[in-house]
Ligand binder design. Structure first.
Ligand code: PBG
Length: 328
């Protein structure tokens, strides 16, 4: 039926009917707060390119975790800043049981057992060259040697009590091998959140500055394992493989420039889909807001809703504490 029988504006005219007709909502239970932890006891240090985001020491990190839990954020994702002396060609600090990540995981789970803890599985904070994997003598990231290292890192995190391990490295076959090892070691309930469709993106710039891996990476790139931003079908194959290998949840990263990928995965697969609203997306909004060019609260809430509309149920976002506050 056409105009005037159909007037699309009728239901939009009043707030109550707009509310009743709303198809998607963002709630606190969709949020995951990524947090950065550094060694020592120097407190919190703001990250230059990410205003409002800090490199924490263990005390200030626990305070942030407490705020997140109290305000109703279900989970945090922990990323370490690793000292130069702990980096090596073999990345062996990545599975040191007394390292930064396992130590902070034990302490978060002890203090706030209900708060979900997600840890990143990838070697970039621990390698000298800032690559997510180990290099062979040709300088190529060696897939199968890397898997062996990722298994050790995964078991180390599981042992420390992490709820969800999140392989973000994009090696082939790692989900299956990690799942097999977790089962063998009886970590049967540790979830795997696979960064299944992770693109080789320039939106990760501020994150690499945050964890000091930017200078290690130098002019190199991650194109040999992260996906080409031009590809869609390839993302579907990645997701199918990771689900068949035992991933519980799949992730798309970055977020906003890749909403089409989230939506396609949602249509084709029945597993939960998460989105990573990455550092560069955060910094763009912050910079514009600081200049008075955008209304931060309104654009952030609109961006959050767009993730829900596309089909994501969990959203990694550096805005999580603000969003939760605005929803309170
Ligand atoms: C690396 C990793 C990256 C991010 C999360 N894990 C960066 C990269 O792949 O170089 C980026 C997150 C962000 O930009 O917020 N394993």
């Amino acid at each position: 039926m056409n105009f005037p029988q159909t007037r699309m504006r009728r239901t939009r005219m009043k707030k109550f009917s707009r509310d009743l007709c709303r198809e998607n909502n963002i709630s606190k239970s969709n949020l995951i707060l990524p947090v950065f932890v550094r060694p020592g006891t120097q407190g919190a240090e703001e990250i230059g390119s990410m205003p409002g985001v800090f490199r924490h020491d263990s005390n200030s990190l626990l305070k942030i975790c407490e705020s997140a839990l109290n305000i109703g954020i279900p989970a945090v994702a922990v990323f370490p800043i690793v000292q130069g002396s702990q980096k090596s060609a073999s990345a062996s600090s990545a599975w040191d049981a007394s390292g930064l990540v396992p130590t902070i995981v034990r302490s978060i789970k002890k203090n706030f057992p209900e708060l979900g803890v997600i840890t990143d599985i990838a070697l970039d904070p621990y390698t000298l060259d800032g690559q997510d994997g180990l290099c062979n003598n040709l300088g190529e990231v060696d897939n199968d040697a890397t898997i062996a290292a990722l298994i050790k890192q995964s078991l180390c995190h599981a042992e420390a009590g992490t709820d969800i391990i999140a392989p973000s490295d994009m090696m082939d076959g790692r989900i299956g091998e990690i799942r097999k090892s977790l089962e063998q070691m009886r970590f049967t309930n540790v979830m795997i959140l696979s960064y299944a469709a992770k693109y080789s993106s320039s939106f990760y710039g501020p994150f690499r500055e945050a964890i000091n891996s930017k200078s290690s990476l130098g002019i190199s790139d991650k194109h040999s394992y992260q996906m080409d931003p031009a590809n869609v079908s390839e993302a579907m194959r990645e997701v199918a493989l990771d689900v068949s290998e035992g991933a519980d949840i799949v992730m798309v990263k970055p977020g906003l420039p890749y909403l089409d990928i989230i939506s396609k995965i949602r249509d084709r697969f029945d597993c939960p889909v998460f989105a990573y609203n990455v550092s560069g997306e955060y910094s763009m909004i912050k910079a514009a807001a600081q200049n008075g060019w955008l209304d931060e609260r309104k654009v952030v809430m609109e961006a959050m809703l767009s993730f829900k509309r596309a089909g994501a149920s969990g959203i990694f976002t550096y805005h999580a504490l603000d969003v939760a506050k605005w929803l309170t």
